[in-house]
Ligand binder design. Structure first.
Ligand SMILES: [Zn+2]
Length: 316
């Protein structure tokens, strides 16, 4: 995807907006055709230097009193934003890079523009990811385990860390929450499912496991009593003491690998700088899932996956 980098650089140098727009249309981030809202006929794609984007959609049939115009951004992720397309694309590129380096919070660093704009764009892109993950969950495409994969269960307590003692409390979600994680390990691939649970009782955890983990899967957990019944539900269950060194009999994986993965997820959530409300915690968890489930495994890389998911949310 160095292609996009080259394209952005060229666009900036030559001020050739058309090339970028055509490319965005090819990638389906901008509409390729648009119908006139008044007569329903196809509109024309026209150069117009007086507007920032340099182009517009126009319909000038006789029965319209005036020309009907529509922004080329209509219905796209870029609509209702004044950020130039080149800057917007640079931001998307940078966002994808931050994810590839597994540093979710790097996303907001090192970008030009006002911080309010950057936060807004980042939120929009995160929304795209969360939307894609929710869709996968609805379609029951997020099943784990089976075959040679095994699943590690763990619970962590998350609480909002405020940097300053003062401040408004309005929306701040101060109660502690348990995040229940089920992580599939298959050779080098890790695929986590992260879920906020009110309590970590068997009544809450077992149904979640049954919903996402395929029957017959090897499951490793700590010695928390809620997991005791798992063997009776069709899983091959190992309960281990996390403090002690444990090597999985078939795969050779050991608990230290797992502990490290959990630390990564936790750090990713904690580094999120906004107010951690219950909703934003859930979104942040979905965003982490997106990175492992979609971004990392997409044939066109994180950026390609991002484009695909933008198309999913903003159908132009
Ligand atoms: Zn018309």
């Amino acid at each position: 995807m160095s292609l996009i980098k080259k394209l952005l650089r060229r666009t900036e140098r030559k001020h050739s907006k058309k090339k970028l727009i055509k490319w965005l249309q090819k990638e389906r981030l901008l509409a390729r055709t648009l119908k006139c809202p008044r007569c329903g006929k196809k509109m024309h794609f026209k150069k117009k230097t007086s507007i920032k984007d340099g182009y517009t959609w126009i319909c000038r049939r006789n029965h319209h009193r005036q020309n009907t115009v529509r922004s080329i951004r209509h219905g796209s992720i870029f609509s209702r934003s004044h950020v130039p397309l080149v800057s917007y694309m640079k931001h998307i590129h940078r966002f994808a890079q931050g994810l590839r380096l597994r540093q979710v919070d790097m996303v907001e660093e090192g970008l030009c523009g006002s911080s309010a704009t950057i936060t807004k764009l980042t939120q929009k892109l995160k929304g795209v990811c969360v939307n894609a993950i929710r869709k996968m969950k609805r379609q029951k495409k997020m099943q784990i385990g089976g075959g040679r994969a095994y699943v590690v269960l763990d619970e962590s307590k998350f609480c909002h860390k405020r940097k300053y003692a003062r401040g408004r409390f309005g929306n701040t979600w101060r109660r502690k929450a348990w995040v229940f994680g089920m992580m599939e390990i298959k050779r080098n691939r890790r695929r986590p499912l992260l879920k906020v649970v009110k309590r970590r009782t068997a009544a809450k955890l077992i149904p979640a496991i049954q919903k996402y983990v395929r029957c017959g899967t090897t499951v490793i957990s700590d010695e928390w009593p809620a997991y005791k019944q798992l063997g009776q539900h069709g899983y091959i269950h190992y309960q281990v003491n996390h403090k002690r060194f444990f090597v999985h009999p078939q795969t050779g994986a050991h608990t230290q690998h797992i502990e490290r993965a959990w630390r990564t997820f936790k750090n990713e959530v904690y580094r999120y700088r906004g107010n951690l409300t219950k909703k934003s915690l859930k979104d942040q968890l979905a965003f982490i899932e997106w990175n492992y489930w979609r971004g990392k495994s997409h044939p066109r890389g994180v950026l390609g996956c991002l484009f695909e998911d933008i198309g999913l949310k903003y159908q132009v």
